[in-house]
Design a protein around this ligand. Structure first.
Ligand SMILES: *Cc1c(COP(=O)(O)O)cnc(C)c1O
Length: 618
């Protein structure tokens, strides 16, 4: 049997092509669930009689629900975004997997709460299972690592930094409550122990029955005041959740350092090194370095392998930091690198494998060595954020955090440490190891269903994401080679921002000969206005894209090179300090057929022509 998923059978489809099947399954889950209810004490009498069901207030109550539903359906139809359509080229959204939707809907009827095992015997286990699957996807050892579902990448990032903060404060706590264990280590050294050593020290405290005391003396007990844990280094391309994270965790905005990115929007590793050197020279510790796999605005993949090399080299010099990867967006793309047995594919073989498995056509020419090495090095990080509700094609609210060494959750847990022995008959009380409290078991079920049907390797997710990358590359190449659009005798060119590392394409239009950045920004903003959705019938929308402003405040001078490609003088960048780009996250898997794509591209350029015409007041 062919193990590969057929991507078109996975989604409801832009024209609801799989309506019949989906509806049949909906019927099945209603029948199945209702049967379950009836079978709980089948001899108990029903509480609702047929007579009551025929009563006027009964019927009018049902009618009220029907009317409310119709009202809601109308609202949703009028003002929802058609994520299922290839014409949706905006944010990180697409159709969601039938499997995930059905899993969600079925579980919703049971309404489990994954905060505590008591409220969710079935779905807590599923959450632990998908946590292991995601840890494996990231290259971690499933037996030693830890993973669970959060409401999204934001909360996963909070949890990542929470673990980092508490871990880094352990050695100083040790000095207070177990001075002998910290003997011979000065404060600088204590603030610069590698993660594995800190966890070993915590184990030592546990063995001596001092673990509770140790935790109490760490920042979780005494707070951040005077902790001196140092700086958090994140690339300029960071998601804004990092600003919120340092605020919430009491680290403070002034300890968040933005590391410059290059003009490919990947972190500038040389600049990172310079910052670390500067801090080390002043004896300022570094709490954590955050790298990004799939930046929110550009889809850029930081060179994780270079950052890991840097970390290892500094570790030898006694400068140690926690490494977290924010792969909220790009994490699932790691499935493109794993064969059916979960082995990371060889670089020399990977293109052939992708072609053989129908993951990507050979001429897509997507994968570069840098991106390959970056994905390969991910398991070197202490923890990773990865969102099923992005490239996992699962409905909200599904993010996830995975950590390389599960012992780290002892440092954030509110389970008394002495009962912290997880065995099969001491099941997980998730709520005490995580940031959130009550949470939908339906989400865990949705992710579990998705992973059950779509393997986390080239036979499953690799295919969906491969198709989306292929579409993104077609789109990118079309933009690159597109002749200028002629609108009312004026010529407008389009240039992509950078070669996509995954499947996000940013680009901007520009009137040839125009030397004003202000004018160019106005044009792209006007195109965006035409091709975005705010209100009114969505059926009037042609194509829907998103936009972003790349500003000097956020990006330094990285965008200056892009402006120059349009022949706009560098002085314009200095004057305006911001450039608007149109942003298309191409998650749709439907742009791989030549005939479909050609017509699609024609439609797109016609829509751009109309939008530019309107922008120019025609
Ligand atoms: C989307 C995203 C986040 C935030 O995730 P949510 O699920 O929206 O909370 C964080 N980091 C990156 C890189 C992202 O793309």
């Amino acid at each position: 049997m062919d193990e590969r998923v057929n991507v078109k059978a996975l989604f409801l489809g832009p024209k609801a092509e799989n309506y019949g099947y989906f509806k049949e399954m909906l019927g099945y889950l209603m029948d199945d669930h209702s049967e379950w209810r009836r079978n709980f004490h089948p001899d108990d009498a029903p509480v609702v009689s047929a007579d009551e069901q025929a009563g006027p207030d009964y019927l009018s109550t049902l009618q009220k629900t029907r009317e409310a539903l119709i009202e809601l359906a109308g609202n949703l139809q009028l003002s929802s975004i058609p994520w299922f359509s290839p014409r949706y080229l905006g944010h990180m959204n697409a159709d969601t997997l039938i499997a995930a939707n059905l899993g969600y809907m079925l579980t919703l009827l049971y309404n489990p709460n994954n905060c505590a095992y008591e409220g969710s015997p079935a779905t807590t286990a599923l959450e632990i299972e998908v946590g292991r699957q995601l840890a494996k996807l990231m290259g971690y050892d499933p037996e030693r690592s830890w993973g669970h579902i959060t409401s999204g990448g934001t909360v996963a990032n909070y949890e990542g930094l929470w673990m980092a903060r508490n871990l880094k404060s352990i050695p100083l706590a040790l000095k207070t409550c177990m001075p002998a264990a910290a003997a011979g280590l000065d404060d600088w050294r204590l603030r610069n122990l590698p993660s594995a050593e800190i966890l070993a020290l915590a184990d030592q405290a546990r063995a001596g029955g001092r673990f509770e005391e140790l935790r109490r003396h760490s920042v979780r007990g005494i707070g951040m005041r005077g902790a001196g844990l140092g700086k958090v280094l994140v690339p300029q391309s960071k998601h804004y959740s990092w600003a919120k994270a340092v605020d919430l965790l009491g680290i403070g905005q002034e300890h968040l350092i933005s590391v410059p990115v290059r003009d490919n929007y990947r972190i500038d590793v040389a600049a990172l090194k310079k910052i670390i050197d500067g801090l080390a020279a002043q004896r300022i510790p570094i709490l954590a370095v955050v790298a990004v796999v799939g930046t929110t605005e550009e889809g850029a993949v930081d060179e994780i392998h270079e950052i890991v090399r840097l970390r290892d080299r500094y570790e030898d010099q006694g400068v140690c930091f926690y490494l977290h990867i924010d792969a909220a967006y790009g994490g699932y793309a790691r499935s493109l690198f794993l064969d059916a047995e979960g082995r990371f594919l060889d670089y020399n073989e990977i293109n052939r494998q992708h072609a053989r498995q129908g993951v990507l056509h050979g001429d897509t020419d997507w994968l570069t060595l840098d991106v390959y090495e970056a994905f390969r090095s991910m398991p070197e990080a202490d923890s990773i954020t990865v969102d099923p509700h992005k490239l996992g094609y699962v409905p909200y609210a599904a993010g996830a955090i995975v950590a390389r060494d599960r012992r780290i959750i002892d440092l954030i847990s509110y389970f008394a440490a002495y009962v912290f022995e997880r065995t099969d008959d001491n099941p997980m009380l998730l709520g005490s190891y995580i940031l959130e409290g009550s949470k939908a078991g339906a989400v865990a079920a949705a992710v579990w269903m998705a992973h059950r049907v779509v393997p986390l390797n080239i036979t499953g997710y690799g295919r969906i994401i491969g198709y989306s990358i292929e579409g993104a590359y077609r789109f990118y190449r079309s933009l690159l080679s597109s002749p200028p659009l002629v609108v009312a005798g004026r010529r407008f060119e389009v240039i992509p921002l950078s070669r996509p590392d995954i499947n996000i394409v940013d680009y901007a239009f520009h009137e040839q000969g125009n030397g004003s950045l202000e004018e160019m920004n106005r044009l792209n903003l006007a195109i965006y206005e035409q091709c975005s959705y705010k209100a009114g019938p969505v059926y009037l929308s042609d194509f829907i894209m998103s936009k972003t402003a790349l500003s000097r405040e956020e990006y330094g001078d990285a965008p200056a090179a892009f402006i120059e490609k349009f022949g706009i003088a560098a002085g314009e960048w200095d004057r305006l300090e911001s450039v608007y780009v149109l942003r298309s996250c191409i998650l749709t898997p439907y742009l791989t057929s030549n005939t479909t794509y050609e017509e699609y591209w024609r439609n797109f350029m016609q829509a751009m022509e109309r939008a530019i015409g309107k922008a120019c007041g025609r």
